[in-house]
Design a binder for this molecule. Structure first.
Ligand SMILES: [Zn+2]
Length: 373
C-alpha cells in the first residue's frame, strides 16, 4: 500500500515527497463531509508517518512575549473582561539526515519581530496603546540569528525556513533582496543573514500575497516585503509534503488560505505545531480551566476553540484543527492534553486574569543538540 504521490504540480527537491492521505478530504466541498474524511484518513496517516523515522534534532527557542487580543485568541469562549492575553512566539530548529547522509537544517517560525511591527495590525495597535502597556506585556528573549549563535549553528547551514503562514512576516533580512530596499537598505540590496536558506511556503499563500488581497486579510500581511526577495530563495509547495524522516508539512487552510502545520515524529510520538489555536487545551476544551472555555465548547457542541483573528474561512480552520487533533499523540506529562504545540503559546500574565493556561508545553525537544562548530 503506497500512499505517496509522484505527480505534483510543483517539483520537490530530492528527499522530499508529496503525501496523499488527505487528498479526498481536501477535495470535499461540503465542510461536514470534509470533517468526516479527515477523521477517516487520520489513522492511516499516523501509521505511515510514524514509520518514516525521526529527525536527528528538534529544539525550541523563545523569541518574544506579546499581547494579543483575547477575542481573537479564545474566539467567543472566554469570560474574562481583559482585552489582551499574552502569547509567546517560539522558533524551532530541526535537523535531519538525507538518505545519502547529508545533514539538513530547517528553522520553523523564525519571525523577524523588528520588521513584523510594520504589519498594518501592529502599526495600528502601537499607535493606539501607550508605551508602558507594551512594556508590561512584551518581553524579548532573542532573535533567530542570536538564538542560533548561542547554539553554535552557522547561519549558512540553514537550508530552509518556514512559517505556519505569512501573517506579520517579513523575511527580507533573512533571505536578502535583489535591489536596494528603501526602508532597511537604501543604497544596496539587503544582505541575507541566512545565505543558503529557502522559504518553504504553500502556493496558495504566495498567490494571496501577489494580488487582490481581501480586506479581511489585509491587516495581517506585508505583501510589499515579498516583491523583491533574492532570486531562488522561495520554494513553493502545494499541499502535504514529507520534508524528511518524521518531518512533514500538512496543509491546514482556514486561519489563512495557505496555512500549513509542522508535523513531527519524536521519541514521544507525533506532534503538530501551528497557530490554529493558542493553547493545547483549545483542542481538548473539556479539560480547560480557563473560565468559559469548557462551558462554551459543551454548549455549542464544538471540539476546538479557534485562534480567530481572521475569520475568512472558519469552518475550514475548524476542520484543520480536527486534522491536527486526530494525528497527534497524547502528552506523556498529562494525557488529558495532546502533543499539539502552539508556536505562539498562551502564557500566564497577572495583568490578564482569567486567561492563564491549564497546561503549557513550552517547546518540543528531541535528540542531541548540534555540536558547536
Ligand atoms: Zn495568523
Amino acid at each position: 500500500m503506497t500512499t505517496l504521490t509522484e505527480a505534483r504540480p510543483v517539483s520537490l527537491p530530492a528527499g522530499m515527497r508529496g503525501i496523499d492521505h488527505f487528498t479526498a478530504a481536501d477535495a470535499a466541498e461540503q465542510m461536514g463531509t470534509q470533517l468526516r474524511l479527515i477523521r477517516e484518513a487520520a489513522p492511516r496517516f499516523r501509521e505511515w508517518f510514524a514509520a518514516t523515522g525521526t529527525p536527528d534534532y528538534v529544539g525550541t527557542f523563545d523569541l518574544i512575549t506579546l499581547p494579543y487580543p483575547t477575542k481573537f485568541g479564545l474566539f467567543r469562549a472566554h469570560r474574562t473582561p481583559a482585552p489582551f492575553l499574552t502569547i509567546t512566539n517560539r522558533m524551532m530548529l530541526l535537523r535531519w539526515r538525507e538518505e545519502e547522509g547529508r545533514v539538513r537544517t530547517l528553522l520553523s517560525e523564525p519571525s523577524d519581530h523588528l520588521l513584523g511591527r510594520n504589519t498594518p495590525y501592529f502599526a495600528r495597535l502601537s499607535e493606539k496603546t501607550p508605551k508602558q502597556f507594551e512594556t508590561l506585556f512584551s518581553r524579548t528573549f532573542g532573535d533567530a540569528p542570536g538564538q542560533l549563535r548561542r547554539l553554535g549553528v552557522d547561519p549558512a547551514a540553514v537550508d530552509y525556513i518556514t512559517f505556519d503562514h505569512l501573517h506579520t512576516q517579513d523575511v527580507r533580512r533573512w533571505l536578502g533582496t535583489n535591489e536596494p530596499a528603501a526602508d532597511i537598505s537604501p543604497s544596496h540590496p539587503v544582505e541575507p543573514i541566512f545565505p543558503n536558506a529557502k522559504l518553504i511556503v504553500q502556493r496558495r499563500e504566495l498567490e494571496l500575497l501577489a494580488a487582490d488581497m481581501h480586506p479581511l486579510q489585509a491587516a495581517w500581511y506585508q505583501p510589499a516585503a515579498y516583491r523583491d526577495l533574492r532570486a531562488g530563495t522561495v520554494m513553493e509547495i502545494d499541499g502535504d509534503v514529507l520534508v524528511g524522516p518524521g518531518i512533514a508539512l500538512l496543509a491546514t487552510p482556514g486561519h489563512t488560505i495557505g496555512n500549513h502545520t509542522l508535523v513531527l515524529n519524536t521519541a514521544t510520538g507525533i506532534w503538530a505545531v501551528s497557530e490554529n489555536v493558542i493553547a493545547t487545551e483549545c483542542l481538548t476544551p473539556e479539560h480547560s480551566r480557563i473560565p468559559g472555555v469548557s462551558r462554551y465548547a459543551a454548549e455549542w457542541q464544538q471540539e476546538v476553540i479557534l485562534n480567530a483573528n481572521t475569520i475568512e474561512s472558519t469552518a475550514e480552520q475548524y476542520n484543520s484543527c480536527i486534522k491536527e487533533k486526530s494525528i497527534v499523540d497524547r502528552s506523556r506529562r498529562d494525557p488529558r492534553f495532546l502533543q499539539y504545540f502552539p508556536s505562539s503559546e498562551l502564557t500566564a500574565n497577572r495583568l490578564s486574569p482569567g486567561t492563564a493556561p491549564t497546561f503549557v508545553h513550552g517547546g518540543i525537544w528531541h535528540g542531541t543538540p548540534p555540536r558547536v562548530a
